[in-house]
Design a protein around this ligand. Structure first.
Ligand SMILES: [Zn+2]
Length: 277
């Protein structure tokens, strides 16, 4: 599932290529009204809120895209041929980029499209009030959080640390991949109860969280799963995993075998020696 770095990478390219443009039409899967809602509207701002992509339109509504499991946005040119939309750019031709749910035409001749193999991505047009509610229901963004804020945020929380880091109402943007990687770097067991963490451990989580998310943005996200950049190519963070999807492989620090277990209903990767409970 795309997390903060993947969504941030997408938003950065959308800002370059979609900001200030107007939607002039498009195609969509049946039963939806996205093209009608977007048509004639100019994109006046583009923001990331947690894992949500917000395209603010000049009619006072916001096009909200949450990529969920397998969704990602693409930018390019598509032509309708033999009952199928065919991309003109080579990277977009890849089979994985063909699960299109909408193609929205922009006034510069390019298009914004959503590829989503499992169709869980959420697209909606929300009012400014609904947008405020969305923000209110999400925890702070890791990048707008000071070390002091993070310490006080964790104070009084009694849950296991990994599910807590992934809880969007606690902190917005982190999911399974980055939570696993952050806790490995901080040498903390994913099951450790948050109230048992000392100040030094909390600071370590905080620092590694920032470092890892920054590095992942620099590498334009993680394409372990379906996620692609807006040009259809892969991000680079999947080459950097220390524990995620490395079950049975040696730990880079102590050479013990990386284990997989279930924490908070999610598959979790950790080193049993470096991350003792
Ligand atoms: Zn280890």
């Amino acid at each position: 599932m795309p997390e903060l770095p993947e969504v941030e990478s997408t938003v950065r390219s959308l800002r370059k290529e979609v900001l200030g443009k107007t939607f002039v039409g498009g195609w969509q899967e049946s039963g939806k009204d996205w093209v009608e809602r977007a048509k004639g509207k100019k994109v006046v701002n583009i923001e990331r809120v947690g894992k949500n992509i917000l395209l603010l339109l000049d009619d006072g509504y916001t096009m909200l895209v949450h990529l969920r499991m397998t969704g990602y946005l693409l930018l390019g040119n598509w032509k309708y041929k033999d009952n199928e939309w065919i991309a003109e750019e080579k990277d977009l031709e890849e089979r994985s980029n063909r699960f299109l749910r909408f193609i929205l035409f922009l006034d510069d001749g390019r298009s914004l499209a959503l590829s989503d193999a499992r169709k869980f991505a959420k697209v909606s047009f929300i009012s400014r009030k609904e947008e405020r509610d969305l923000r209110r229901n999400l925890g702070p963004d890791p990048f707008s959080l000071s070390k002091k804020d993070f310490l006080s945020l964790l104070k009084g929380k009694k849950r296991e640390i990994k599910p807590l880091l992934m809880d969007q109402s606690f902190l917005a943007g982190i999911g399974n991949i980055y939570a696993s990687e952050i806790l490995f770097k901080a040498k903390i067991n994913p099951k450790k109860k948050s109230y048992l963490l000392n100040e030094e451990e909390i600071e370590s989580i905080y620092c590694h969280m920032k470092d890892i998310l920054e590095k992942a943005i620099e590498l334009k996200g993680d394409s372990t799963s379906d996620y692609r950049l807006t040009d259809g190519s892969k991000g680079g963070y999947q080459e950097r995993h220390l524990v995620y999807k490395r079950e049975g492989l040696p730990c880079f620090d102590c050479h013990s075998r990386i284990k997989r277990s279930t924490v908070g209903n999610r598959g979790t990767y950790f080193c049993p020696k470096c991350q003792k409970l």
